[in-house]
Design a protein around this ligand. Structure first.
Ligand code: ZN
Length: 181
């Protein structure tokens, strides 16, 4: 297994997410402010954001007081009167939205990556593991490919095979996945 295929430490990934958050919050604020400024300056109302129509829900009496249901209904925006300016809105906000979306996607990808790493941490079968517990019976730092994870009468245990071919059995808590950079 080469270094490039190793999952990354969820702590490292979370630190990267934390670092992106201030820029993301700024981009989000800038986008929201630009939305109201641009739309107002261009005579497009915030109500429908240039789409001209709104989806509104109306309560309707069903069977007396027992059943009530509502029906979604498309109504024209009174301010825009059905004029569709959504293409213009997209054009006006492209720069702001681009940066906001880029950071959103970046954080989202890191979130997904962290979730995968956490799953590997909980069940490292098929991944390299290293003994990280100081008080484990197995020598600290011993590593190898995990081929088994399971629950026994002693709790969750792992089996892994060192590069020298030795098979090691230890508590799941004693090992950590070998994380990539
Ligand atoms: Zn409108």
């Amino acid at each position: 297994m080469t270094a490039t295929t190793l999952p990354r430490n969820p702590v490292t990934i979370q630190a990267e997410i934390d670092q992106l958050y201030p820029a993301f919050n700024n981009a989000q604020t800038a986008y929201r402010m630009a939305t109201s400024d641009c739309l107002e300056e261009n005579g497009i109302c915030m109500r429908c954001r240039g789409k001209g129509t709104l989806l509104e829900t109306h309560w309707e009496d069903g069977m007396g007081d027992i059943f009530r249901h509502y029906t979604p209904q498309i109504v024209k925006c009174t301010a825009c009167d059905g004029r569709d300016d959504s293409a213009k809105v997209e054009e006006l906000l492209a720069d702001f939205h681009g940066e906001y979306e880029r950071l959103y996607n970046e954080i989202n990808a890191l979130d997904n990556e962290a979730a995968i790493s956490l799953r590997i941490e909980a069940n490292p079968k098929g991944y390299r593991v290293r003994v990280t517990a100081k008080r484990a019976k197995v020598k600290h730092g011993t590593e190898g490919l995990c081929f088994w994870v399971g629950q026994t009468q002693y709790g969750f245990r792992v089996g892994f095979k060192t590069d020298a071919g030795e098979t090691i059995w230890t508590d799941l808590d004693n090992v950590s996945p070998v994380w990539g950079a």
